[in-house]
Every structure is written in C-alpha cells, then in structure tokens.
Write a protein that binds this ligand. Structure first.
Ligand code: HJL
Ligand code: ZN
Length: 173
C-alpha cells in the first residue's frame, strides 16, 4: 500500500491518527460507530491494508474491511487471511475490536483470533484508541478475550475524545 508511508516505525500516535482519518470516511449513521483500522507489518513498517466501517458492501466493520481487502489482494479467501499475514503484523483500530455482532456476522475479535490459528503469522498486537462505549451491546469483552488468548492489546492514549466524536457523529444528540 503506497499511502502514508511517512509514518516512522512504531509511531503509534501517528498510526492512530491515520486510523482516525480513515474513520472520518465512513458515512455517519445512528446505528453504528464510525471506526478506522490499519494493518501494519511492524518489522518492515509497511502498511498492509486499511479499512473503515461500511467501506465494503454490507454491514462491514473497519477491521473486517482491512482483513477482506488484504486477503483479496493476495488472492486468498477471507477466511484464510492469517495464512498470508507476516509474523509481525499488528492492527491499529480507533475502537476496541467488537465481540458481539448482529446475527450472521463474525465478531472482529474472532477474526483476529483466527489469524493466529492459521499456519503462518497473524496478528500479534492490537493498538486501540478507546474502549467501546456501551451504547449498542453493553460492556464489550473484546479486549479481555484477545488478551486471554495471548494477543497483546495496547491502549494508545490521547485520542479518546476525537475518536468518540467521529464515531458518534451520526448519533442523535
Ligand atoms: C468496531 C467497527 C464497528 C464497531 N466496532 N471495533 N469497528 N462498527 O467498524 C461495535 C458495535 C457493533 C454492534 C452492532 N461497532 O455492527 O458494538 O450490527 O456495531 O454487527 O455490536 O453489531 P453490528
Ligand atoms: Zn467488529
């Protein structure tokens, strides 16, 4: 991916700001949060994929769009994205990955865990900008579930207000 390659390695604030700029591309809706996500190979500092809520057709989440765009670019099925991710892949997401979804949709937490059970690579660390507000599903256990499974979760602080302002722009005031 060619854009935004000026981010220095492990500049978590800059990557989070980039993820927030992606969230701003999502159409404001009262029924969801506008989230942005970036997949990065931390060893080479390459951006592998980007995504934002509803970027792909259907009721798609930011992290899901990241994964589906990357698997498509590698010519593998979405389910097999973990087989084509480098060992040192990390995910930046403005809001903690979800753990509960409307019927028929796999939670992003499960998608992340599945990348680790694949033969090669997978997500090793998730950098998140804010805990999910309890608006839609009550307390989100996404982070706890990832940590239990050995995936490191790091809260990149300082963007909470901006992230929530963007995420809830379509919600009634
Ligand atoms: C994250 C997103 C997104 C959410 N969270 N991390 N990325 N939209 O792109 C979390 C929220 C879910 C509800 C409803 N949102 O989206 O809890 O209808 O939107 O499947 O759980 O689930 P659906
Ligand atoms: Zn999700």
């Amino acid at each position: 991916m060619a854009d935004f390659q000026s981010i220095a390695p492990r500049d978590h604030e800059a990557y989070m700001r980039f993820a927030l700029s992606l969230a701003e591309k999502s159409d404001p809706k009262p029924t969801n949060f506008r989230v942005g996500a970036v997949l990065v190979d931390e060893a080479s500092n390459q951006i592998l994929s980007t995504g934002y809520t509803l970027e792909l057709p259907g009721n798609t989440h930011a992290e899901q769009c990241c994964f589906e765009k990357f698997s498509a670019s590698k010519g593998v099925a979405a389910d097999d994205v973990g087989t084509v991710l480098p060992e040192s892949t990390v995910l930046y997401t403005t809001i903690e990955p979800c753990n509960k979804r409307s019927i028929g949709n796999l939670p992003c937490t499960e998608r992340i865990l599945k990348t680790r059970s694949a033969a090669k690579g997978g997500i090793k660390t998730v950098y998140l900008g804010v805990k999910e507000p309890e608006t839609f599903v009550g307390e989100n256990k996404g982070r706890a579930k990832l940590e239990e499974a050995g995936i490191e979760c790091v809260h990149v602080t300082g963007f909470e207000k901006e992230i929530l302002d963007v995420a809830t722009a379509g919600h009634p005031s």
